[in-house]
Design a protein around this ligand. Structure first.
Ligand code: 13P
Length: 251
């Protein structure tokens, strides 16, 4: 099955307003690509990013959302707020949210549900710590993250989810997983979806890889059978690297 590749830049807590405007104006030069390009700026830069990319095919997405619809939750951002400025996708379950903000599977499944039930698409992140891999627990752990986070969704809802496998030990470390490790995990993930939702869903499900994807390794990673693009951190913060990664996905 032909799955359109996605290259998504997760800017994390980087980029001031001016820096964000500058990078977006460069990104606007990317045309003629078969790749779905997304960027996830900080909340403060979402509005301006959307305005700047008004006539571009680059999609602006959010890095996080709260699981309640509205109310007394100081500092949080709701689905309704995101939708009201034109956001239609959100990243949920990033390992940094799990690790530094104690977002466990229960919280994440609530976030997924509120997003999906309100017509936001979700990029759901999963990934194991090095210690789990060293103990040989990585497949079990990923399976549990997926079951707990996503398997209460129905077949129509799951169509609005993209997976991102990001081994925690490869994030921001310059250490990429070996190609065989990426492919075997992506294949394992696809099989879980086949067993739960059937072959059609599983074949059309896009599974991104994230963790030190750079211009020099993107092409070989994107050539792996079950890899449908990348979630890019550090290398999404400058035009030249991000553009090279988009080109690598374009084939
Ligand atoms: P790096 O590309 O900086 O390793 O970050 C990956 C990531 O966490 C994307 O969400």
């Amino acid at each position: 099955m032909d799955r359109k590749k996605i290259v998504a830049g997760n800017w994390k807590m980087n980029m001031t307003y001016e820096q964000s405007v500058r990078l977006i104006n460069e990104l606007k030069k990317i045309t003629n690509t078969n790749v779905e390009i997304k960027i996830a700026p900080s909340f403060t830069n979402l509005n301006s990013a959307i305005a700047l990319l008004d006539s571009s095919s680059i999609e602006v997405i959010a890095q996080n959302v709260h699981f309640e619809q509205r109310g007394a939750f100081t500092g949080e951002i709701s689905v309704e707020m995101l939708k009201s400025i034109g956001i239609s996708s959100v990243i949920i379950g990033h390992s940094e949210r799990r690790k530094y903000f104690n977002e466990n599977d229960f919280i994440l499944s609530k976030k997924v549900k509120v997003a999906i039930e309100n017509s936001l698409s979700v990029i759901f992140c999963i990934g194991e710590e090095l210690s789990e891999r060293e103990k040989g627990n990585h497949f079990e752990l990923i399976k549990n993250q997926i079951i707990n986070g996503l398997f209460e969704l129905n077949i129509n809802q799951i169509k609005n989810v993209t997976l991102a496998y990001e081994p925690v030990w490869a994030i921001g470390t310059g250490k990429t997983a070996e190609n065989f490790q990426i492919q075997e995990m992506h294949q394992f993930i696809r099989k879980l979806f086949e067993d739960k939702f059937g072959a059609e869903i599983s074949k059309s499900m896009r599974i991104l890889y994230g963790g030190s994807v750079k211009p020099n390794n993107a092409e070989e990673i994107f050539l792996l059978d079950d890899v449908d693009g990348g979630l890019i951190g550090g290398a999404s913060l400058n035009f030249s690297d991000f553009n090279s990664i988009v080109e690598a996905a374009n084939g």
